[in-house]
Design a protein around this ligand. Structure first.
Ligand code: NAP
Length: 418
């Protein structure tokens, strides 16, 4: 496909998906969106680190062929004010694998969130957030190493479906009349109204991905998180459909919590994944008090939104929490924080969130050695107390460095682990 502003690297090959599994050539074309605000600083630093790790791990036999695609302010400058050009979607549909920096979303009016649009248009139905502690990172809890959980948050429905009617509008009045007169519902006058759809289709594909991930990565528990005690036909149905996927599609490799006790005396058989569920409120306590009980969580959209930020705080905050939005074919890895506009081009912020989104991407590609090298080298750099401002203010005796200097220190430290 010919593009207007996107230059396809001539020395790379396309990533493909075969039978639901990504097939990664040795020189894969990977798309990147630089991002607004601090995007330039963290993307430049992170790409240096990813490339160095791949080079050091594979000695030139593997290399990423980067392809810049555009979204946000950089796109608007190139495409005559268009923040989300169609060819950005086309490129992702064709090349399947990408990574992005943060994008500006104006508050109130203006345009819709570019991030949400990307997820919806490309049907990236699962937001994946691994939350683990990296040695040396300042944390508010005493034993941050006990938190190691991967959250699969449904990305396409729930209250994010955007079915909302403002109080005082004719649409609201029409719906309120229908609900009161035909459905027997009771609620206060002047209530804003919102509808929360949760479907078997969207629930099952999310839980399927979470279970498959647990099987692929040797994780032993998948917990369905829901508020089904109150919202029986949406959150409660999420729980029921989640168990159905496990029973109907993974019966030989999963065990439900009920069977764990009735059939296996509470001991999970070797090679099996436990499927259990927890109510959304209590799981916040459990994740704080007994985090090691949880390995993979599958949650509806809103619960997952709250949970991922709360758990990330236990291991050092969203500043270094990575994430990805993944569909059946397309996968887009992304920094989870915003554009931090006051730090734009100051070469100051922590690239950790984007950096570890790239580590997630390398793991998705099964380039484990490169991923591992970055993790070890990052931990060494933190152990040396060479950190960006955000960690420096929480650590005693730290040397505060710029984003680019932090990247150089990580790259230098890689040689200690080869
Ligand atoms: P933000 O950009 O995440 O920044 C909030 C604060 O978090 C910063 O002032 C800074 O705190 C800290 N922070 C963020 N990134 C950091 C990093 N890499 N290193 C160190 N500290 C970091 O949130 P916001 O100010 O609410 O949002 C700004 C814009 O970003 C908005 O337009 C919003 O819509 C957008 N946004 C985009 C995404 C996305 O693209 N995925 C996500 C969230 C928000 P201190 O100043 O205390 O050091």
């Amino acid at each position: 496909m010919a593009f207007q502003h996107i230059t396809v690297p001539t020395d790379g090959e396309k990533v493909t998906v075969v039978n639901g599994k990504p097939h990664i050539p040795d020189h894969p074309i990977v798309a990147f969106i630089e991002g607004d605000g601090i995007g330039y600083d963290i993307m430049t630093a992170s790409r240096r680190i990813w490339d160095a790790a791949v080079e050091k791990a594979y000695g030139g036999s593997r290399r990423i062929a980067w392809m810049e695609i555009y979204c946000g302010e950089k796109a608007a400058a190139l495409y005559d004010g268009n923040y989300m050009p169609e060819e950005t979607f086309d490129a992702m549909r064709e090349y399947l694998l990408g990574i992005k920096g943060p994008l500006t979303t104006p508050v109130g009016g203006g345009f819709r969130s570019l991030n949400v649009t990307l997820r919806q248009v490309l049907d990236l139905y699962s937001c994946v957030r691994p939350v683990r502690w990296y040695r040396g990172v300042p944390s508010p809890v005493r034993e941050p190493e006990k938190t190691n959980v991967v959250i699969f948050r449904e990305n396409t429905e729930d209250v994010y479906a955007g079915i909302e009617y403002e109080a005082g509008t004719p649409e609201n009045a029409k719906l309120a009349k229908f609900l009161r007169e035909e459905m027997g519902a009771h609620f206060f006058e002047d209530a804003g109204l919102g509808i929360k759809p949760i479907s078997a289709f969207a629930t099952k594909r999310l839980v399927r991905m979470a279970i498959q991930y647990a099987l692929d990565r040797g994780r032993r528990t998948v917990t369905l998180v829901h508020k089904g005690n109150i919202q029986k036909f949406t959150e409660g149905a999420f729980q029921r459909w989640g168990y159905e996927v496990a029973r109907d599609e993974f019966s030989d490799v999963t065990v439900s919590e009920a069977d764990l006790w009735s059939k296996y005396d509470g001991k999970l058989p070797e090679g099996k994944v436990l499927i259990n569920d927890r109510i959304a409120d209590i799981i916040f306590q459990h994740l704080l008090l007994r985090p090691s009980e949880f390995e993979v969580l599958a949650t509806p959209n809103l619960n997952g939104d709250y949970l991922s930020d709360a758990v990330a705080a236990q291991v050092g905050g969203v500043g270094i929490a990575p994430g990805a939005n993944i569909g059946d074919e397309v996968a887009m890895f992304e920094a989870t924080h915003g554009t931090a506009p006051k730090y734009t081009n100051l070469d100051k912020v922590n690239p950790g969130s984007l950096l570890f989104s790239g580590v997630m991407m390398l793991e998705y590609m099964r380039w484990w050695e490169a991923a591992d090298l970055i993790t070890k080298s990052f931990e060494q750099t933190i152990a040396d107390k060479v950190v960006t401002y955000d960690f420096a203010r929480q650590m005693e005796g730290a040397t505060e460095v710029r984003t680019s200097e932090f990247a150089s220190a990580i790259i230098r430290n890689m040689d200690r682990f080869i």
